[in-house]
Design a binder for this molecule. Structure first.
Ligand SMILES: [Zn+2]
Length: 405
């Protein structure tokens, strides 16, 4: 079926159209050709086939703009070898897709067990019904002896000194599709347990080093993102002119103010990902109140941070992109309580991360001309539903790719 019309109980467009009760969309060649009230559209397009979803909600599909699904996850979840690594990778990607996510921002950090290049990762995703952007990065892991890797040097470790080498930084920057966590200002716990990574949180760069690295990205016309948490690290990031703060756990009110003034974007990861307590719903509300473009992301696979009041997990088993709606729900509920519109709230999982990936002219909203990437669900994802089984159909470029009806 090339061209068709789809009808929903309501369509939450996340565009200037807002929510359309009893709405419908015309899909032509994988793109949205028209969108409006069912009453108007059925008159205007009497000959089109209609997919009747009038008891369901239609929304843009989700975008998880900070994940580690292809590099860290296969070896953490499955007993893979280099020859079966991407076999597991594809299963993990399908699971993300079946969770309502049709676009990912993947990090390639370098990893001792993965001697793969960006091209290898790209090859794995090229024919899949998923839009994957890659951020190439360096990484510092907080083991007893800090371990440093980069996307360029792959499975071979590098020294802390190498991380600021302008030639290496430029090679990383050139390959990066978008401002993911291009550098780790603090050593990360990654997906290890506290005992394994006693030096997680340690600051890796001086201000001068950071400024030089940011400059390299900016000279290439690229924005740069950083993994950062804690007041001291965030101060460095803001002073050095980093464009996107990933995590920003432990950010102070003054720093939120400064980030807003500097036009800095934030990728909140309420499940964890740093040495500190992750973003609370109240913190995410503060970002929105200051008009900071904020995306919520899983940073998966991760062991969920223990001891928060807003996370529903009681164990440290690794959690994946299927919990995106669940971990976003407390913040989304709080925004609703503060009378934010459901379109603005859903943007945290759709339009804002699409913008971060530089793909907001391709997807992230339901708007004429954009790709027909959308969900048919029992409620607004993350706000009214948190279970992936409540997403009935997933469409990518107009094609149904997941069916739970
Ligand atoms: Zn990460």
């Amino acid at each position: 079926m090339m061209n068709y019309m789809i009808r929903g109980k309501k369509i939450v467009t996340v565009s200037h159209l807002g929510t359309l009760e009893n709405g419908s969309m015309v899909i032509e060649n994988g793109k949205i050709a028209d969108i409006g009230s069912w009453e108007r559209m059925k008159e205007q397009f009497p000959d089109l086939d209609v997919i009747d979803c009038s008891s369901y909600v239609i929304t843009p599909s989700l975008v998880d703009c900070h994940t580690h699904l292809l590099e860290f996850a296969p070896t953490s979840l499955y007993p893979v070898t280099p020859d079966t690594h991407f076999f597991a990778g594809k299963a993990i990607l399908f699971h993300a897709l079946s969770s309502g996510i049709t676009a990912l921002g993947e990090q390639i950090c370098g990893h001792p067990l993965c001697d793969f290049s960006k091209e290898d990762y790209q090859k794995c995703v090229q024919d899949l019904p998923l839009d994957v952007s890659f951020a190439t990065t360096s990484i510092s892991i907080g083991f007893e002896n800090l371990a440093h890797f980069t996307s360029i040097t792959q499975s071979r470790g590098v020294t802390q000194y190498d991380l600021s080498d302008p030639v290496l930084v430029q090679m990383i920057a050139l390959e990066s599709d978008y401002p993911g966590e291009n550098i780790f200002i603090n050593a990360t716990p990654a997906n290890f347990t506290e005992k394994e990574v006693p030096r997680a949180g340690e600051i890796i760069f001086t201000l001068e080093e950071l400024e030089r690295i940011v400059n390299i990205y900016h000279r290439l016309g690229k924005r740069m993102g950083a993994h950062v948490a804690g007041e001291e690290g965030i101060k460095l990031a803001l002073d050095a002119g980093v464009d996107v703060l990933h995590h920003a756990h432990g950010i102070t009110d003054d720093q939120i103010e400064k980030a807003a003034k500097q036009g800095v974007k934030i990728v909140a990861t309420p499940m964890g990902g740093t040495h500190l307590q992750p973003n609370s719903p109240e913190e995410i509300l503060k970002f929105i109140e200051k008009d900071i473009p904020v995306s919520i992301s899983t940073d998966s696979y991760l062991p969920p941070y223990q001891g928060t009041s807003w996370l529903p997990f009681n164990d440290q088993t690794l959690k994946g992109p299927d919990v995106l709606m669940l971990i976003a729900n407390p913040a989304m509920q709080l925004l609703k309580k503060h009378h934010y519109n459901e379109n603005k709230i859903l943007a945290l999982l759709t339009d804002n991360p699409a913008k971060l990936l530089g793909k907001d002219d391709v997807f992230g909203r339901l708007e004429v001309g954009l790709e027909a990437n959308f969900l048919v669900s029992e409620g607004v994802p993350g706000l009214e539903i948190t279970e992936i089984n409540n997403i009935k159909n997933i469409f990518y470029k107009g094609v149904k790719v997941v069916d739970r009806t």
